[in-house]
Design a protein around this ligand. Sequence first.
Ligand code: CU
Length: 142
Amino acid sequence: MSPIDAVVVGLSVALIAGELWFFLGPRRVSSVRPSRTMPQEIKVLVKGGYEPDTITVEAGRPVRLLFYRDETAECSARVIFESLGIEKELPAFQTTAVDFNPEKPGDYPFHCGLSVLHGRVVAQVGSEGARANLGKGHAKHG
Ligand SMILES: [Cu+2]
């Protein structure tokens, strides 16, 4: 085998080994877990109702609901979470954030000022709850 042949064979072996390592080698798993202090952010469209009207989150982690009120109808001007003691004005065509931490698993209902429109936050143990919301929300939000 000439020196050139040896070089070619060597390079080929190295190339094959590289490819095998690349495709079959151990995967680097991102160890970045979502920080427990990062709020679970969910966008809610307010227009004759709440969309989504059922929001699943992980209990014990902060939640930030971003209400975008896409109307001027008086009915939806305020949102009330009685069990959390939260009441917020929702200016029309703006996004209003409502922050809270659902310490315990369970339902956290909310409604409009006249209790016509209803929605609820369902807090579940574990991150399954947070994943349920992935991809939800609306293009209308800024
Ligand atoms: Cu109402």
